[in-house]
Design a protein around this ligand. Structure first.
Ligand SMILES: NC(=O)c1ccc[n+]([C@@H]2O[C@H](COP(=O)([O-])OP(=O)(O)OC[C@H]3O[C@@H](n4cnc5c(N)ncnc54)[C@H](O)[C@@H]3O)[C@@H](O)[C@H]2O)c1
Length: 244
C-alpha cells in the first residue's frame, strides 16, 4: 500500500516511525507548506516531497492518506482525498464541528473507502486491560475513577495554531478528547456531567465528572503555564481491586 503523509510537523514523526513497522505499507510521498519540514520528512522516509497537496494527489498513486495537519484542516483534506477514492487516517480530533463529522462519513460511505480518526487510547494495552476488567467483572463492579492528561501549554506548533481556540479547541478537544473517547467506547454515553474550567492567557484547566449508573469518572486535562513534563494516567476503583 502506498502511503502519503500531509502535515509533517511534531506528531508526524511518530507516524513516520510507525509506518516503518508495517511491511505492507510504504510512505511514498510527504507534503507540508514548510520546505524544512519536508526535508526532514524526506530524510526519515525516503519519500518524495511536495509543497502542494493537490499536486501530490495528482502525481502519486496513493492508497492511504495519513493526515497530521492542524486540527482545523483535517476534515477538508480528508474529504478531498476520499473523493479520489483514497483511504484516510487522520489525527484526532476529526473536527471541532459535528457538521464536519457528518460530511466526512458521508463521503467515506459514498466512495466506499476506509476512514479512521486516530483515537489511539482504545488500542493501548493499559486501556485494553481496563476495558476487559470492566467487561468481565473480574474485580466486581466499578465504583469510581480518575483520568488525567497534563502538560505545558504548547509552544512549538506551526503558527501557534494550537493555542488558538478557533483552530484547536484547546484542552477539551486537544487533550480531554482522548479520555472521553475511551469512556464512550467502553461505558457508552454518560447519564450526566459536570464541568469546571479555569482558563488564562497561557493556561487551560478543565475538570469533568461523568456520571454513569453506579459509578462516576472524574477527568482532568490541563495545560500548565510552566515547564511541565507531559503525563497521563488513570486510577479505576473496582469493588475488589484498584487499577492504575
Ligand atoms: N494522538 C496524539 O496523541 C497527538 C499528539 C500530538 C498531536 N496530535 C494531533 O496531530 C495534529 C498535528 O499536531 P502537531 O503537534 O504535529 O502540529 P504541528 O503544528 O507541529 O504540525 C502541523 C504541520 O502541518 C503543516 N501545515 C499547516 N498547514 C498546512 C497545509 N495547508 N498543507 C500542508 N501542511 C500544512 C505545518 O507546517 C506543520 O508542519 C493535531 O490535530 C493534533 O491534535 C495528536
Amino acid at each position: 500500500m502506498n502511503v502519503a503523509i500531509v502535515g509533517v510537523g511534531n506528531i508526524s514523526r511518530t507516524h513516520m516511525e510507525a509506518w516503518k513497522h508495517i511491511p505492507e505499507a510504504t510512505v511514498v510521498a510527504v507534503c507540508d507548506i514548510r520546505q524544512e519540514m519536508i526535508d526532514r520528512a524526506v530524510d526519515i522516509t525516503g519519500a518524495r516531497g511536495y509543497l502542494d497537496f493537490t499536486q501530490m494527489l495528482d502525481n502519486e498513486d496513493i492508497d492511504i492518506l495519513d493526515i497530521c495537519l492542524p486540527t482545523y484542516l483535517h476534515a477538508d483534506f480528508a474529504v478531498q482525498a476520499m473523493e479520489r477514492g483514497i483511504h484516510v487516517l487522520t489525527e484526532k480530533p476529526l473536527s471541532l464541528y459535528k457538521k464536519d463529522v457528518a460530511r466526512t462519513y458521508e463521503v467515506a460511505q459514498r466512495k466506499n473507502v476506509r476512514f479512521m480518526t486516530a483515537q489511539v487510547l482504545r488500542f493501548w494495552h493499559e486501556y485494553e486491560l481496563l476495558r476487559e476488567a470492566y467487561q468481565s467483572g473480574q474485580y466486581g463492579p466499578l465504583i469510581s475513577a480518575t483520568m488525567t492528561r497534563l502538560g505545558s501549554t504548547p509552544r512549538s506548533s506551526w503558527d501557534n495554531w494550537m493555542i488558538d481556540e478557533q483552530r484547536s479547541g484547546l484542552t477539551p478537544f486537544d487533550l480531554h478528547i482522548h479520555d472521553l473517547d475511551f469512556l464512550v467506547y467502553t461505558f457508552g454515553e454518560p447519564k450526566d456531567m459536570q464541568v469546571n474550567r479555569a482558563r488564562g492567557a497561557k493556561r487551560d484547566d478543565i475538570h469533568v465528572v461523568y456520571h454513569y449508573d453506579g459509578f462516576f469518572v472524574s477527568c482532568q486535562a490541563t495545560w500548565h503555564n510552566a515547564v511541565f513534563r507531559f503525563r497521563s494516567g488513570y486510577r479505576f476503583q473496582f469493588e475488589k481491586a484498584v487499577m492504575e
